[in-house]
Design a protein around this ligand. Structure first.
Ligand code: TMP
Length: 204
């Protein structure tokens, strides 16, 4: 079995979590080993860095460096070993989130992000990225219904509009890797879109 790396992206409140669990069940029913993980986080050190990134005040450079430090540890200790075993890795956010949030959202230099990406990932890229796209106002309504906001979730509507645009630009640069899902649809309809995207790939 060839390991496969699938990432789930979108602004906060887009509904990724439910569908990661559903995709995990779908893969297990096919007999695949599945590893579900997330960023920032996914290894003991990276989870500690996550707490800092989500809750401690810091500037965009410190934030970006901590996110890439967490990613480095996560790749070495969690993602790469699982892919080497032939598992399917389902990762809730990855580097597209850094381009969208730190790059488009916070205005961090995209060329520096590209350098960090190359340096930290050593060529590793997702095989497939499912982008849960929906209007920021709708995402804000969903977030308000479920939890208290962290440092990112408390940002205003313009920030999330820029993040959304950041995802669109990443998709334009790697259209073969990305699938855009209409996450404003109801849950069954979003799942149908995911199943359709999965069925087009002979990997599972
Ligand atoms: P989560 O709540 O979906 O786990 O995501 C944590 C937050 O971290 C989310 O608001 C997006 C943010 N984030 C970044 O700003 N840059 C990144 O590279 C990643 C992976 C997440």
């Amino acid at each position: 079995m060839t390991g496969r790396f699938v990432t789930f992206e979108g602004i906060d409140g887009a509904g990724k979590s439910t569908h990661i669990a559903a995709f995990e069940a779908w893969l297990r029913a096919r007999g695949r080993e599945v590893l579900v993980t997330r960023e920032p986080g996914g290894s003991p050190l990276a989870e500690r860095l996550r707490e800092l990134v989500l809750h401690e005040p810091m500037d965009a450079l410190s934030e970006t460096l901590l996110i890439f430090a967490a990613r480095r540890d996560h790749l070495r200790h969690t993602i790469e070993p699982a892919l080497a075993r032939g598992a399917v890795v389902l990762c809730d956010r990855f580097t597209d989130a850094t381009f969208a949030y730190q790059g488009a959202g916070r205005g961090f230099d995209l060329q520096v992000l590209s350098q960090l990406e190359a340096w930290v990932q050593q060529g590793r890229e997702p095989d497939l990225t499912l982008w849960f796209d929906l209007p920021p106002a709708q995402a804000a309504q969903r977030r308000a219904a479920v939890r208290a906001p962290d440092r990112f979730e408390s940002q205003d509507a313009e920030f999330f509009a820029r993040v959304r645009q950041g995802y669109a630009e990443r998709m334009a640069q790697a259209p073969q890797r990305f699938v855009r899902l209409d996450a404003s649809a109801d849950r069954e309809e979003v799942w149908t879109q995911i199943e359709r995207a999965a069925a087009q790939r002979p990997w599972w």
